[in-house]
Write a protein that binds this ligand. Sequence first.
Ligand code: AMP
Length: 134
Amino acid sequence: METVFDKIISGSIPSYKIYDDTYCTGILDINPVKKGHCLLISKLSVATINELGSNEFAHMSNIVQRIAKQMRTALKADAVNVLINDGKAAGQEIPHVHIHIIPRFESDGGIDIGKKEKYADEEMEKYFQLLKIK
Ligand code: AMP
C-alpha cells in the first residue's frame, strides 16, 4: 500500500525537503510538536525498523545526527528529542519508517506529543531555509 510518505518521496505530494539521498528523505513535519520538527523517512516503504537492513538504519542514524546538529546551530536549540513510533500500538499513524527529530529549548514549557503547533504563513519556508542540509 502506498503511504503518504511514498507520495512525498516521489514528489506527488509537496513537502519541504531538508535532506535527500538514496536511502532517506528529511522533511518538515506539517503539524509540528515544536516548530522545526523534522521527519527522516526511509525510502524503503516498510512499517518498522526491523524490516530495514542494519546498514540502512545505521545510515539513517548518521543523518539524524546531522539534522540534530543543524537544529543546535541554526535554531540554537538547547536539546533535541529523537523519537520513533515503531508500529501502530506505539502510536504510529503512518506505517512507513520515519524518525521524529524535534528541537527543544530550556524555556519551551515541555511538549505534549498530541498537541501540535501551527506555522504562520511563510514560516515553514523560514524553517526550511534554516534547516536544509547542504
Ligand atoms: P507517526 O504518528 O509517528 O506516524 O507520525 C506521523 C507524522 O507525519 C505526524 O507527526 C504528522 O504530522 C506527519 N505528517 C502527516 N502528513 C504529513 C505531510 N503531508 N507532510 C509532513 N508531515 C506529515
